[in-house]
Each structure stands twice: as structure tokens, then as C-alpha cells.
Design a protein around this ligand. Structure first.
Ligand code: FES
Ligand SMILES: [Fe+2]
Length: 449
């Protein structure tokens, strides 16, 4: 039985390409100009690339200041603040910071440093001070001496207030953190004064997703892992599909053709916009070749590594996705600088990845899958099977992480060759380096002479 599959983006240059199928003829790799993806961006160069930025403790210290403390960071989604009075805390240990994100009585989303104004106690936690918390509240109460704060951060109660010396309670507040939302994503900026608004920072390419119905997908599956690598080393693994056949040999199906580790797989479209990047691939079950190319559990659950087969009706047109109009569009992976990825699937679900550095060679990874809430058992099974296979393939990616970090730290090589399919890795490291260089220059210029 042959499924509706059209032409293939993968296997196209392989001598072991899958059986030919009937379908419209479309340019497979509509590059923006003649030549390679990389050569279309001369600033990136084509030479070998240093990964010193992933093994240097000194670079890590600069990176925290130059990037993570100066730009917009996604800390959650609006679905985590379902009503006025909802709040959650986010601990960012690599930045030695914990924040409270709350929705005040007027519905406004705010963020504060999670620190009591009295003597600096961490204000909110669950169980132990290193655990995040959340819920619904009318006020925040410090466990130490009982000071209270409204959802807008104003201090509303000081225990034995008349014991203090000239204390003006009405002038005391939690320290605010800049907080803006976009398309239901909540971002904070830890700098004193952000250099640009969130919307301006996101630019044209990411900003075009503004009307995408992310909010309809609020059945969430979350994964968190503490990994022994620099945060960029893991992010690199999701910026190219060059590694798919050798590393995820079973992802493309059970047939000998698909399980050939020399099988060739290519992204169909790459795009760069300021510090942000995206790659489009084919890769839904529709692009498999026949039932023989699917695992029995995939057929049973109507789901798999590329998600549920049956797409919900999201209504209307979907802005921002598949910007190059690939006929076999399967997945867009938008990489929002510095540490957020949004993967949007043609089958009407999405995934986010976030990478939080905790040292030069460790980080916390968060993966979240979002679906339109299941209406029946079959849909729920499809979602859970997609989450299960996500974890399986995530573990395969994690499996090489320590090895890459160890290899890089050994210092046997100073630079590494990158191919055209690794253009986004090249762009990512260049962008990180540019931000750190700009920060270092500013510090030199600001230093007293
Ligand atoms: S430190 Fe919070 S009330 Fe004293
Ligand atoms: Fe992978």
C-alpha cells in the first residue's frame, strides 16, 4: 500500500534511494542563489571553525554577561499562567538568578527577582530552596520574617513595622525584571535596560509566526536533563540533519534502505535573520514510502518519531511556517537566539528546546511537546507515542554529547571542517562570538583611562 507521499527530500543523492514514487516535480533544494547555502552568506566563510567557545571557562564567563544577561530569554508560556493570580518561579542557576513570573490582578504579566526586599532571602520555593514552584496566590509571603508582597511586587506588609527606622513600606518593591510576551511565549531580559523590545529582537523571520495558533496546543509533555556538555554542543546537534542517518539509523523506518547509515538526508531550506536561524525539512509519516517503511507500533498508534499522523484542524492559514513554500514541508526548526528552538510540525503540533548553561561544560536541557488536547483515547495514545519516541531519539543525541565535549576539551585539533548542511552551526558560533566580542569591546571603551 502506498501512502500519499510526493517527492522526497531525503535520500536524493544516495545510490540507495528509496523506491521512486509518483508525485509532482518540485525543485528539491531551492537555494536562494546558485551555489551552496553557506556561500550565499559570505560573512560566514567556508573555512574550518574553532569550538574554543565550548571548552573555555573564560569564554563561558564572558558569554553569560554578553549574551544571557543582555538578551531576551524564554522562560515559559502563557498557558502556565492560566488566570489572574497565577505565578511560577524559574531558577537559572548558571546566571545565579531565580525569577518570579506572575499574572497580576489586572491580568498583566510581570517578572521579579525572586528575592525578599528585607534581608535577601529567596522568596518562593517548593520544598527546598533549590526547587521551583508555582500555583495561584493573592500575595507572596517571605518565610523568614513574614514580609508580604502583592502580585504587582509592592510590599504590603512588614512585620512589626514600627521597629524599623524611617522605613517607607510604600516605597519598597520586589526588584522588577523586564518581561514581554510574544505569541504566548514569555520572555525576560535581565539587563537594566534592554537594547530593544522583544518584538524588534525577534525580527522578521521569527516574528512572522506571531499569529500561529500556539495557544491551541496546550497538552504538554516535558523533559528535563542535566547534560555534561557545553550548552552549544547540544544545540549544534539540532541545527543540522547531517547526523540523522548515522546516529538515528532507525528513525527513517525499518527497511534496509532506510536503515543504511550511509543513507543521505538533507534539510530542504535554510534561512538566517540576524542572530536567529531556521531549517525546513520534509519528514512526516506522509513522506515515508509505504507501510513496509513504518514500524508496527507506528501503524497501530498512527504516530511516530515525526508525531501523530492525524493533524487537528488549526483553522485558517498558518502564518510564518514553511517560509520557502516547500511542497513536502514536514518540520520547521526556528532557532531563536540564544537558547530557544521552536520546532513546528506540519501535522499541527510543536516542540520547544531550551538550553541553560550551568558551567562551561554542563547545561540543563528542557524539551517540551505541545499538542491540541486529545479528544479521545486514540489521540491521547498518538500523543504519548510521539513523546516516547521523542525521548528515544533525544537520548540518542544526548548519547554523543559527553564524547564530543571530551573530544573538544582534549585539544587535539584547533579547528573543524563544517559542510554546507552545517551552515547553522557555523552561524550560531559566529553569532555567539560576535556578541562576546562586542561586549568585550564595550568594556574596554568603558574602562577608565
Ligand atoms: S528576609 Fe524576607 S522577611 Fe526577612
Ligand atoms: Fe538528532
Amino acid at each position: 500500500m502506498v501512502l500519499d507521499i510526493g517527492e522526497s527530500c531525503s535520500g536524493a543523492r544516495s545510490g540507495r534511494r528509496p523506491p521512486k514514487v509518483e508525485g509532482p516535480s518540485v525543485a528539491r533544494f531551492p537555494k536562494p542563489a546558485e551555489g551552496t547555502w553557506t556561500e550565499h552568506h559570505p560573512a560566514l566563510g567556508t573555512g574550518p571553525v574553532s569550538f574554543e567557545d565550548s571548552v573555555s571557562p573564560a569564554f563561558y564567563e564572558l558569554e553569560r554577561e554578553a549574551i544571557f544577561k543582555r538578551t531576551w530569554l524564554n522562560v515559559g508560556r502563557m498557558e502556565q499562567l492560566p488566570r489572574n493570580g497565577s505565578y511560577f518561579t524559574r531558577d537559572l542557576p548558571g546566571l545565579r538568578t531565580s525569577i518570579i513570573v506572575s499574572r497580576d490582578v489586572d491580568g498583566r504579566v510581570r517578572a521579579f527577582h525572586n528575592v525578599c526586599r528585607h534581608r535577601g532571602n529567596k522568596l518562593l520555593w517548593e520544598g527546598t530552596p533549590s526547587d521551583e514552584t508555582g500555583g495561584n496566590a493573592r500575595r507572596f509571603v517571605c518565610r523568614y520574617h513574614g514580609w508580604r508582597y502583592g502580585l504587582d511586587g509592592a510590599c504590603t506588609y512588614v512585620h512589626q513595622e514600627n521597629e524599623f527606622f524611617g522605613l517607607r513600606k510604600d516605597e519598597l518593591r520586589l526588584a522588577p525584571v523586564h518581561c514581554e510576551t510574544w505569541a504566548g511565549f514569555i520572555f525576560v531580559n535581565l539587563s537594566r535596560e534592554p537594547r530593544e523590545t522583544l518584538r524588534s529582537f525577534l525580527g522578521t523571520m521569527v516574528g512572522a509566526l506571531e499569529g500561529y495558533p500556539f495557544h491551541k496546543m496546550n497538552e504538554r509533555y516535558s523533559f528535563r536533563a542535566e547534560n555534561a556538555s557545553n550548552w552549544k554542543v547540544f544545540s549544534d546537534a539540532f541545527q543540522e540533519y547531517y547526523h540523522v542517518p548515522p546516529l538515528h539509523t532507525h528513525q527513517l523506518g525499518p527497511t534496509p534502505e532506510a536503515q543504511n547509515p550511509e543513507y543521505e538526508f538533507e534539510g530542504a531550506h535554510y534561512q538566517i535573520d540576524g542572530p536567529h536561524r531556521m531549517v525546513t525539512t520534509s519528514g512526516t509519516y506522509k513522506h515515508r514510502w509505504s507501510l513496509e517503511h513504518l514500524y508496527p507500533t507506528e501503524v497501530l498508534t498512527r504516530s511516530g518519531s515525526t508525531g501523530p499522523w492525524d493533524a487537528p484542524d488549526l483553522g485558517g492559514t498558518l502564518p510564518g511556517v514553511n517560509p520557502s513554500g516547500i511542497s513536502r514541508w514536514g518540520i520547521d526548526n526556528f532557532q531563536v537566539f540564544p537558547n530557544l528552538e521552536i520546532l513546528i510540525y506540519e501535522r499541527g503540533w510543536f516542540v520547544t528546546y531550551r538550553y541553560w548553561p550551568t558551567s562551561y561544560n554542563t547545561h540543563v536541557f528542557e524539551g517540551d511537546l505541545y499538542f491540541v488536547p486529545a479528544q479521545n483515547v486514540r489521540e491521547r495514545l498518538a500523543h504519548e507515542y510521539a513523546a516516547l519516541t521523542f525521548k528515544e531519539y533525544g537520548l540518542q543525541d544526548v548519547g554523543t554529547l559527553d564524547g564530543t565535549q571530551m573530544g573538544l576539551e582534549q585539544g587535539a585539533f584547533r579547528e573543524f571542517p563544517l559542510n554546507d548542511q552545517e551552515i547553522l552551526v557555523r552561524h550560531f558560533h559566529k553569532t555567539v562570538g560576535d556578541w562576546v566580542d562586542a561586549y568585550a569591546r564595550e568594556r574596554v571603551e568603558a574602562a577608565p583611562r
